[in-house]
Design a protein around this ligand. Structure first.
Ligand SMILES: Cc1cc2nc3c(=O)[nH]c(=O)nc-3n(C[C@H](O)[C@H](O)[C@H](O)COP(=O)(O)OP(=O)(O)OC[C@H]3O[C@@H](n4cnc5c(N)ncnc54)[C@H](O)[C@@H]3O)c2cc1C
Ligand code: FES
Ligand code: FES
Length: 1273
């Protein structure tokens, strides 16, 4: 491919030629593209291809994935790869053929099978991730790589989904595996009967405006889109190394020049400023070469990480290259597929060179493998240095050309590397390590070994003292191992970094990894129980089953149907708020946020900001015409822009309005704010309690009970907050939707009024995560007593304290916790209390199962704690406290059948999931393994619900064809509301489902409707629809009685003046009912590292007579994975001095990935069970399954307890920050009278607490490992 001439980049998008060049556009307008414009923005803003989504803009979420065909300058071959369009600069796309989701299939041409199978197999909910999912799968299909269950899962490792729980997505795409079984083939056939596949990009269908049809560009059309770029002249495209060096040489010393391969580095470290020039490395053949000799492999600097993995895999069976197998496996854990497709190993090394603390896996591997770098200077003179030396090399005006990796004699050297991460995939390492051990047959280290570590500190790479210690010693000698561990412990001194794992954990991990490699090397030389410590905890390909009943006489209600919008979502045809086309003269806005958490704004100087070209103005509290309050709940006031008082770091001060985001962002950075009265921030519930003058600690002085035969537990459990990162259609999905959008909408409205132009305000992820709060964190404190023989609870006091954030509009969250704290138990005499505190953090808000999940988790923690205290099986203790047929709950009542339904669920679970036998196997496993532990935890849920909301709904029938349109008071946000409504409508009117469409929620139809939440949206909308349809039936009855077909009935009724529109205002139904759920989670933990996986999960849900079983199954799966994130991984960290939120992007806030889901995930809707209060006997499903997810952390705690038992610790597994120290106050809890004892409280007594989220770090720390335990005999 020739270099572009005259600074023009040319590429194709969906078959249409595009040229971006210097100067004015063909229509004479000014340049719409800049030097740094991303392909994603180009697609969306310049081409109107808004099927491609953006979310994190950092290579983590995959919403922006497109397929690129790129020609390798060294081989001339074209590769097909998925790439993140958010990271690819459009100027770096020279010669690319790009395909987007909108071209591979649509409603006119027919859908691509990846689109139709994902839709028909219920792989979408809100659908925002779906186009990216489709394009990742499409790229795999087009790449020519074998499609296997493994390759499908591997290729989706860069796509996050917040709603579905991944299982249906993986299932849909695994249907492409050629050896599909009979059942799958039938599924494919059924899908293709419903949605025949159409043409795909690559063959021109001549349907666009150029080709003769309508719509946008299509494949093969000759038209060329020409766009101007005011940054094109900054880019160079050398086609040889010599040319590249000449460009570097010609660059003036005072100008910055950026070499660009994949540009994925900006996903990790955002560029501080714009460079003066860019050089694309993609056309330099020398940098893309791969050469192999008998003694080495040489990789050009622009070879992508994906290609490196392929080369390593190919060579790993060749003598001398066996270690490439381990390196390839490790590299598969670096970033994710689209990042590895675009990103180069050399770019990665340069990130490490610039940021010493970057825990680069690539650096570690290449250094351990003895790699030598060839580096060229501006005169094209080449030098060679070991990889490690790069860190101290002055790389100014130089370029990495290649790396040479020598062979390694497998008979002498053992190569092994590790990467320990907070999430299974797509996460950077807590600590990584690579070891090369030269060993003889007696396991003596015959020369100096290589022990490299990352994640420790900016300048720590080699464990030099440990290497020296090991030389000449035998690994079979206990003294050797202990000596090496002591040396390592002494030299590993991790740098504290509040955004990363605790130094103590990182040091412990470094020791554990050294021990792990020793165990691996020694294999069966060590006692059997130790051997599994040498194995890696892997995540096998997952699978799932879904079971439900369906009664055909009720169809289309109770029938498993795909979501109405699914096809539009998977094809990118569904429009979301951010997809609205730009208005003429539209401006954009960017927030100016506070940089302290607690104090007063003294002054705001916007002079420099307003001088930035393109800036239209600054908008602040002074511009608000009315009241500066965005809160519509009670008397709480939350300011839109601060009028002076600063309540948290990141609070809105104002908006910069400009003609481009780039100008607005630059200007926002120039606003100077000064502060007075700066106070230390209050960031946690305990800090807030202390500030209120009460006691912050949960641990009382001592147990207070003196009763005979009764045992007491006192403890606490914390559950952190959680942030919903996805953008939903119509304003949010399973969290943050009720209050937060009004803040953004109001700010845009004030700005638009002020500058008198339309203003678009779309939050980037950092603003989103710092300006807006998430789920309320909770502190749950309890004191409970139970009979030591039966386990029956005789008294319980439990208090829920929630953190409402800066203002308390969601402070009533805890009242919901009190609804579920009694769960499935006879709660006679229990004392429960809920309260909230304010902290200097963004206002928190209701998020899927608000309060109710903490209610269940709180009481289930008490159950576990009591079981531990009594030495009882945790399930047996729960059983001893189950409610009975006559129990009356505070909320939820108790229908006569409730007890039977619940007990049926329990019985089926025990028999179908083989609980007792598996528990016995697990006990044996734990006895046989010191460093691997398993646990099985069961958590029941009773979720009381009241159909509280008021929803107006309108049903209109069209006279010409009998089609029906419905608009309800509920909002579709992925939960399948529209589909359920359509099913109900079709059922009641007695017409085919295909005749019904559900229109958007409109305020003229739904003027005073309640918010969609509390799991009642679908039900209340369906009830209202049912009533409206019944009214319609009454009107149509005479015509139906004439025996006419539906279309005739409608026509005749219309001709005779019948009103074909019915409206129903659905009032709340004040009789509550109970929903039951039960989860059994089996977890396995690697004790040495703390990593764990869910081996199996069985989730049973009582959906009554499910309105739409496939959708309800999806709700269960999605809710479970979301709850798993809450309990296991999603952790917010703050800078305790400034109050800044440190977990402010997808780089450091970990929602579950597709590899975190249970390996075996079985979901069942228990046999159709009636519910006269619900619509068509159904029950709601949105939130109850989320409440079962305490089972995951409960299993983790059991696994930790098993590990602790082996280490001689039998106390209750607690690990809170307070577990370490003697509290200065002891504690007291208001009227319950838990008072400070004479002794204060101490570690031994309260043991260790495992708070949620139960991260890998916390799990390992709770095992209280110490090097003395790392024995080999
Ligand atoms: C979401 C995400 C997750 C990630 N996770 C991990 C992880 O778990 N472990 C890990 O190790 N890495 C991780 N990375 C880093 C990733 O591997 C690098 O971003 C990638 O390898 C950089 O390659 P690139 O070609 O895109 O470099 P670019 O972004 O193009 O360049 C990066 C820097 O290197 C310079 N540069 C590039 N090539 C050369 C050259 N030949 N000579 C001199 N300078 C050069 C550039 O000028 C720039 O300064 C992650 C990245 C992302 C976005
Ligand atoms: S928007 Fe590109 S990966 Fe998230
Ligand atoms: S369906 Fe995947 S993010 Fe909503």
């Amino acid at each position: 491919m020739a270099a572009p001439k005259g600074k023009m980049v040319s590429f194709t998008i969906d078959g249409q030629q595009h040229q971006v060049s210097v100067g004015a556009a063909s229509d004479g307008s000014t340049a719409p593209v800049t030097a740094s414009t991303s392909l994603a923005d180009y697609l969306r803003d310049q081409c109107g291809l808004r099927g491609t989504k953006v979310m994190c803009r950092g290579g983590m979420c995959g919403a922006c994935v497109v397929t690129a065909r790129v020609t390798d300058p060294a081989t001339g071959q074209t590769e097909v790869r998925a790439v993140n369009s958010c990271l690819a600069p459009v100027h770096n796309c020279q010669g690319w053929q790009i395909e987007t989701v909108q071209a591979i299939g649509d409603r006119k041409a027919g859908y691509h099978p990846a689109q139709s199978r994902l839709a028909q197999m219920n792989g979408t909910q809100c659908g925002y991730c779906s186009p990216g999912m489709v394009m990742s799968m499409y790229s795999l299909l087009e790449s020519g790589e074998a499609v296997t269950p493994q390759s499908v899962e591997q290729h989706l490792d860069g796509n996050l989904c917040r709603c579905t729980g991944y299982r249906p997505i993986l299932d849909a795409f695994k249907t492409f595996v050629p050896e599909a079984d009979e059942k799958t083939q039938q599924i494919i056939k059924d899908i293709e009967d419903v949605a025949p596949s159409g043409s795909k990009a690559g063959s021109c269908a001549k349907k666009c405006s150029v080709g003769g049809g309508g719509g946008g560009g299509c494949v093969g059309c000759p038209r060329t889109a020409r766009l101007a770029s005011d940054g094109a002249e900054k880019w160079s495209y050398p086609t040889s190394l010599a040319e590249l060096c000449a460009i570097i040489k010609a660059n003036p010393a005072d100008k910055t020049l950026k070499l660009v391969r994949g540009n994925t580095g900006t996903g990790v470290y955002h560029d501080a400023g714009q460079p003066d020039g860019y050089v694309s490395l993609l056309k330099v053949p020398e940098l893309s070469q791969v050469t192999q000799t008998a003694s080495a492999l040489t990789l050009g600097a622009a070879v992508s990480l994906s290609r490196v993995i392929e080369e390593f895999q190919k060579l790993s069976s060749t003598a001398g290259f066996g270690h490439f197998s381990d390196m390839a496996s490790h590299l598969l854990l670096v970033a994710n597929t689209p990042v590895r497709n675009a990103g180069s190993w050399a770019g990665n090394l340069m990130l490490k060179q610039t940021h010493g603390d970057f825990p680069s896996d690539v650096f570690l591997l290449l250094a351990a493998a003895g790699g030598r770098l060839q580096i060229a200077d501006e005169d094209a003179a080449t030098t060679e240095i070991p990889v490690e030396q790069l860190l101290s090399e002055d790389m100014a005006r130089k370029v990495i050309v290649s790396v040479t990796l020598p062979t390694l004699d497998e008979t002498k050297y053992v190569f092994k590397s590790y990467k320990i991460t907070p999430r299974a995939i797509s996460a950077h390492a807590y600590v990584n390590a690579a070891f090369v051990l030269p060993l003889d047959a007696s396991f003596t280290v015959v020369e100096k070994p290589t022990l490299l570590f990352g994640g420790i500190s900016a300048d720590f790479v080699h464990a030099a003292n440990t290497e020296a210690f090991l030389e000449g010693r035998s690994l079979t000698d206990e003294q050797t191992v202990q000596g090496a561990l002591a040396a390592l412990q002494a030299e590993v001194v991790p740098t504290p970094d509040p955004a990363e794992a605790d130094p103590a954990y990182r040091r412990s991990l470094a020791c554990a990894l050294l021990y792990k490699v020793v165990l691996r090397v020694l294999g069966d030389q060590v006692p059997a129980p130790l051997r599994s410590g040498g194995e890696d905890l892997t995540h096998p390909v997952s699978s799932g089953t879904q079971q439900f009943d369906t009664d055909q006489t009720l169809w289309p209600v109770n029938k498993a149907v795909p979501k109405l919008e699914a096809q539009a979502q998977t094809s990118g045809e569904a429009k979301y708020t951010g997809d609205e086309p730009a208005e003429p003269d539209e401006l954009v806005a960017v927030y100016v946020q506070t940089t302290i958490a607690n104090g007063q704004v003294a002054s705001v100087d916007t002079s420099a900001a307003l001088a930035v070209p393109g800036v239209a103005g600054y908008v602040s509290a002074a511009d608000i015409a009315g009241v500066n309050n965005i809160c519509s709940y009670g008397d709480t006031v939350e300011e839109l822009f601060t009028s002076g008082q600063v309540l948290y770091y990141g609070q809105a001060v104002g908006l910069i309005v400009a003609d481009t985001y780039s100008a607005a962002r630059t200007a926002a950075g120039l606003v100077k704010i000064t502060y007075t009265d700066v106070q230390p921030p209050v960031l946690t519930i305990k800090d807030a309690l202390k500030k209120q003058g009460g006691s912050a600690t949960a641990a009382p002085a001592a147990k207070t009970t003196t009763k005979q035969g009764v045992r007491q537990v006192i403890g606490e459990f914390s559950i952190g907050g959680q942030i919903n990162m996805s953008v939903r259609r119509l304003g949010g999905g399973y969290g943050s939707k009720l209050q937060h959008p009004s803040r953004v909408a109001s700010a845009a409205a004030v700005a638009a009024l002020t500058v008198n132009k339309p203003v678009r305000l779309v939050l980037d992820i950092r603003t989103n995560m710092t300006l807006l709060g998430g789920r309320l964190p909770y502190l749950i404190q309890y004191q409970a007593e139970a009979d030591e023989t039966t386990g029956k609870i005789s008294s319980l006091q439990i208090k829920f304290t929630a953190d409402a954030g800066a203002v308390g509009y969601a402070a009533d969250d805890t009242s919901l916790a009190l609804d579920t704290v009694t769960n499935v138990y006879e709660a006679e005499g229990w004392q429960t209390e809920g309260t909230a505190v304010l902290t200097n953090t963004a206002s928190n808000t209701w998020c899927r199962a608000p309060g109710t999940v903490q209610g269940v988790s709180g009481i289930e923690c008490v159950m576990d704690h009591l079981a531990h205290e009594l030495g009882m099986d945790p399930w047996a203790l729960r059983q001893a406290n189950f409610f009975g047929p006559d129990t009356k709950f505070r909320k939820g009542g108790n229908r006569a059948t409730d007890y039977d339904v619940f007990m049926q669920m329990v019985t089926e679970m025990f028999s179908e999931a083989d609980i007792d036998a598996r528990k016995a196997e697990i006990a044996q496993f734990n006895q046989d393994n010191r460093w691997r532990k398993r646990a099985l935890s069961l958590v029941p849920v009773r979720w009381p619900i009241l159909l509280f909301a008021r929803y107006p709904t309108i049903v209109s029938i069209y006279k010409d064809d009998g089609t029906v349109a419905v608009s309800t008071g509920g909002v579709e946000m992925g939960q399948g509301l529209n589909t359920k409504v359509a099913q109900v409508c079709a059922k009641v009117l007695g017409i085919p489902l295909e005749l019904v469409s559900v229109k958007p929620n409109m305020n003229i139809i739904n003027p005073n409707g309640d918010s969609t939440g509390g799991s009642v949206g679908s039900d209340m909308s369906s009830l209202a629809t049912k009533a409206a349809c019944e009214e319609m039936n009454e009107r149509l009855a005479p015509f139906k009685a004439e025996g006419r077909a539906w279309a005739d009935v409608v026509k005749r009724a219309f001709n005779l003046g019948v009103n074909l529109t019915a409206y129903h205002y659905q009032k709340p139904i004040l009789t509550p009912y109970n929903i039951f759920a039960l989860a059994a989670v089996e977890l396995e933990m690697d004790v040495l590292t703390g990593q764990y996986r869910l081996n199996r999960t069985d989730l049973y849900e009582d959906a009554g007579q499910s309105l739409s079983p496939a959708i309800d199954i999806g709700q269960c799966e999605g809710a479970f994975i979301m709850g798993m994130g809450l309990h296991m991984g999603e952790e917010n960290r703050y800078d305790t001095e400034t109050g800044r939120k440190l977990t402010d992007s997808s780089w450091n806030y970990y929602v579950p990935s597709s590899k975190d889901i249970p390996t075996d995930f079985r979901v069942k809707l228990i046999k159709n069970n009636d519910n006269p209060i619900g619509i068509f006997n159904s029950k709601a499903t949105g939130e109850p399954p989320l409440c079962t997810t305490y089972a995951a952390i409960s299993a983790l705690r059991q696994a930790v307890a098993e590990a602790r038992k082996d280490a001689g610790h039998t106390d209750w597994t607690q690990l809170g920050e307070w577990g370490w120290q003697l509290g200065e106050w002891g504690w007291q809890l208001g009227e319950w009278g838990w008072q400070l004892g004479e002794r204060g409280w101490q570690l031994g007594e309260w043991g260790w607490q495992l708070d949620a989220p139960g991260t890998v770090e916390k799990a390992q720390t709770a095992c209280q490992l110490s090097p003395e335990m790392f024995v080999i005999s």
